[in-house]
Design a protein around this ligand. Structure first.
Ligand code: NAD
Length: 261
C-alpha cells in the first residue's frame, strides 16, 4: 500500500530543489500533487516529471506566496483540480539573501518576511478550516536551523524562520485534537540552488574560490557534507503519512548534527 494513496498535496516552491524532491517523493507514494512557485516554467516542468515518472496526476500554477490574492487564486485552482480541500500542505517556498545587519534595508527585511513568513501564514490559513472540518490534515513548514539559531549576515532570514517556528507551534496546539498535525523541518545546508547562491555570495565577498567556500559550508556539519533534497523529502513523507500522526508542533532538524536542539 502506498503511503499517500488517496491523498492530495499542495507544495509551494515546488519548481526545484527541496520542493521538487518532495513532489516526486509524494507522487511515488501515490499522492496527487499540485506544485506552485513564482517561476511557472519550473513548476510546469516538475508537474510533467511527476506525471511521466510516477503516473499520477499533477497540476501547477504560478503563485507568489507573499501576495494574499495570488495565494487565494492558487488554492481556488487546487480545489478545482483536487475536487476537494488539500490534505497535505508543504510550505517550502523561501528566499535567503545575506546582508550585514546595518545594511539590511526595509525592502530586504520585508521581502524575507513576505515570502518566508507571510507566505506560510497565507497558505496555512487557506487550508486549516477544511482540514479541521474533514478531521484530517498535515502541514509541513520548511523552516531552517537558522530558525533556531543565529548567524552573521542573515538577520532577516533567521528572524523570518524563527517566526515560522512560532507559527507552527501555536497552530499545532490549536488543531491538535482535530486530526491535523503541523510541523516544521529545519534543514542545514542543502545541495540546492539556494546553497549555490550562498557560495556565490561568499566567493564575491571574500575572494575565496567556489570550492573553498563549498568546503567551508560542508565543514559546518559534523557529517562534513551537504544534506540532499531527498533526505528532506523523506522526513516530509513521514510527517505527511499516517505513521506521523503522533508528531505535531515539532521542529525537526535534518542537518547532520550541527544543531542539537
Ligand atoms: P531554491 O532556491 O532551490 O528553491 C526555492 C523555491 O521557492 C523555488 O521554487 C522558487 O521559485 C520558490 N519561491 C521563491 N520565492 C517565492 C515566492 N515569492 N512565491 C512562490 N515561490 C517562491 O531553494 P531550496 O533550497 O529548495 O529551499 C526550499 C526551502 O528550504 C526554503 O524555504 C529555504 O529557506 C529552506 N532551506 C533551504 C536550505 C538550503 O541550504 N538550501 C537550508 C535550510 C532551509
Amino acid at each position: 500500500m502506498k503511503r499517500l494513496a488517496e491523498r492530495n498535496a499542495f507544495i509551494t516552491g515546488g519548481g526545484r530543489g527541496i520542493g521538487r524532491a518532495v513532489a516526486l517523493r509524494f507522487a511515488r507514494e501515490g499522492a496527487r500533487v499540485m506544485v506552485v512557485a513564482r517561476t511557472e516554467r519550473e513548476v510546469a516542468s516538475v508537474a510533467e516529471e511527476v506525471r511521466s515518472e510516477c503516473g499520477v496526476e499533477a497540476a501547477f500554477a504560478s503563485c507568489d506566496v507573499a501576495e494574499a490574492a495570488s495565494v487565494a487564486a492558487a488554492f481556488d485552482r487546487a480545489r478545482e483540480f483536487f475536487g476537494r480541500g488539500v490534505d497535505v500542505l508543504v510550505n517550502n517556498a523561501g528566499i535567503a539573501e545575506s546582508a550585514k545587519f546595518a545594511g539590511t534595508t526595509d525592502e530586504l527585511w520585508r521581502r524575507h518576511f513576505g515570502v518566508n513568513l507571510d507566505g506560510t501564514f497565507y497558505c496555512m490559513r487557506a487550508v486549516i478550516p477544511s482540514m479541521v472540518e474533514r478531521g484530517w490534515g498535515r502541514i509541513i513548514n520548511v523552516a531552517s536551523i537558522a530558525g533556531k539559531t543565529g548567524a552573521p549576515y542573515i538577520a532577516a532570514y533567521s528572524a523570518s524562520k524563527h517566526g515560522v517556528l512560532g507559527l507552527t507551534r501555536s497552530v499545532a496546539l490549536e488543531v491538535a485534537s482535530k486530526g491535523v498535525t503541523v510541523n516544521a523541518i529545519c534543514p542545514g545546508y542543502v545541495d540546492t540552488e539556494m546553497t549555490t547562491n550562498a557560495v556565490r555570495q561568499i566567493t564575491a565577498k571574500t575572494g575565496r574560490s567556489a570550492e573553498e567556500a563549498t568546503e567551508a559550508i560542508r565543514r559546518m556539519s559534523p557529517q562534513g557534507r551537504l544534506v540532499t533534497p531527498e533526505e528532506v523529502a523523506a522526513l516530509a513523507l513521514l510527517l505527511a503519512s499516517e505513521d506521523g500522526r503522533g508528531i505535531t508542533g515539532q521542529a525537526i532538524n535534518v542537518d547532520g548534527g550541527s544543531v542539537l536542539f
